[in-house]
Design a protein around this ligand. Structure first.
Ligand SMILES: Nc1ncnc2c1ncn2[C@@H]1O[C@H](COP(=O)(O)OP(=O)(O)O)[C@@H](O)[C@H]1O
Ligand SMILES: [Mg+2]
Length: 367
């Protein structure tokens, strides 16, 4: 989909990008990581012809980009940057509609598309009429993504899009971004300076230093086989723990060991069902499959009678959480299993601590 061959870019005497060759497959999510000033932004900007290159060749969709009209080229390439660049005097709707308007889409088609795209980035439809000043940092980033995707480009270039977001909201944005990518399968190049973000999001990682491409590989390969000391240092001491984080909650979702009930059902009736079926956990869902509460039937012991517990706000794990995050939540909740939800907050099943330990077990042999 994107092919860079021996690409070099100088600013004056300074080599910003040095003889770069890289092949990016269609539908893949490639992360660029490296120290500030190593040439990440320059490389992105060369791909959509915002910055010309001095030597080499860049091919997008089988055509050298210098043979394509830059405006035409950029129509097929969404671009998301940290500062987002939403127009403050335009509503979210108008901001997202910019490219479809340039493409002269009919008003009805624009309205339909914006409804669909807000839903995709999990923004409530009421956001359409808000102004950028009324949005949080995370909401602005979602709008930035919606705008880049509005005219359905095949390629998305993202330059540290979550860099200015606080850590907690950044994790949430990452989770929903992965859910979105699972659905849209775009070819994405994503710049970050956060190694955890690179590992969590990427199919492949390109590690760059001082304009040179140091290693370009699948994430698991980079973790198991760093090319040199620079890569090792970038990955940090805990790279085996990081390797575990490649496994996601969605890989461990179980569909049994619990029952689901409607949240309108009486507690007595739920308790009765659980006892009849000899099931210890029940999840109450509303008509949209959203998790509302949880019931637990505790084991009776010699000294204690069986207890029936109602939990109105159970801990939740997102499908895209990696197993480190899932483990951390289980420890914080003090529970051996937690419910899992998708991007639309629909209940999809449970994940168990014992399954996570099995994964760790597989990687060790002498006991
Ligand atoms: N327009 C420019 N004029 C001169 N030097 C530039 C320009 N843009 C980038 N550079 C230099 O090129 C190098 C790579 O920059 P950049 O690609 O922005 O790095 P990164 O995004 O990895 O932080 C840096 O040394 C930077 O100072
Ligand atoms: Mg940059």
């Amino acid at each position: 989909m994107i092919e860079l061959t021996n690409v070099t870019k100088k600013f004056g005497n300074k080599i910003a990008v040095n003889n770069f060759s890289l092949h990016i497959e269609k539908g893949s999510l490639t992360m660029f990581i490296g120290p500030s000033g190593c040439g990440k932004t320059t490389t992105l900007r060369m791909i959509n012809r915002l910055t010309p290159f001095d030597k080499g060749n860049i091919i997008v969709n089988d055509t050298p980009i210098n043979d394509v009209n830059p405006v035409e080229l950029r129509r097929n390439i969404g671009y998301v940057i940290q500062e987002i660049g939403l127009f403050p005097h335009l509503t979210v709707f108008e901001n997202v509609a910019i490219v479809p308007r340039l493409l002269k889409w009919e008003q009805k088609k624009i309205e339909r598309r914006i409804e669909e795209i807000l839903e995709l980035v999990t923004l409530n439809q009421s956001f359409a009429q808000k102004y950028p000043l009324q949005l949080s940092g995370g909401e602005k980033q979602r709008v930035g993504l919606a705008r880049a995707l509005a005219a359905e480009p095949e390629i998305l270039l993202m330059d540290e899009p979550f860099g200015a977001i606080d850590p907690i909201n950044r994790l949430k944005l990452q989770d929903s971004f992965l859910e979105i990518q699972e659905e849209i399968k775009k070819t994405i190049v994503f710049v970050t300076h956060d190694i955890n973000e690179a590992i969590k999001l990427g199919d492949k990682i390109a590690i760059i230093n001082e304009g040179n491409l140091i290693q370009y590989d699948n994430v698991s390969k980079i973790l198991s086989d760093p090319a040199n000391e620079f890569v090792e240092n970038l990955l940090g001491q805990d790279r085996n723990i990081k390797a575990l984080s490649l496994k996601k909650a969605k890989d461990y979702v179980l569909k049994d060991g619990f029952i689901t009930v409607l949240d309108t059902e009486s507690r007595e009736s739920v308790e009765k069902k659980m006892k009849e079926k000899n099931i210890k956990i029940a999840f109450a869902l509303d008509e949209n499959n959203h998790l509302k509460s949880r019931f637990v039937l505790e084991k009776a012991t010699e000294t204690k009678k069986q207890k029936f517990i109602y939990n109105p706000a159970p801990w939740i794990i997102e499908r895209q959480n990696n197993i480190n995050e899932a483990l951390s939540k289980m420890l914080e909740a003090g529970e051996k299993q937690l419910p899992v939800v998708n991007r639309k907050k629909e209940f999809v099943g449970i994940i168990k601590l014992s399954n996570i330990f099995e994964e760790v077990n597989k990687k060790t042999n002498i006991s």
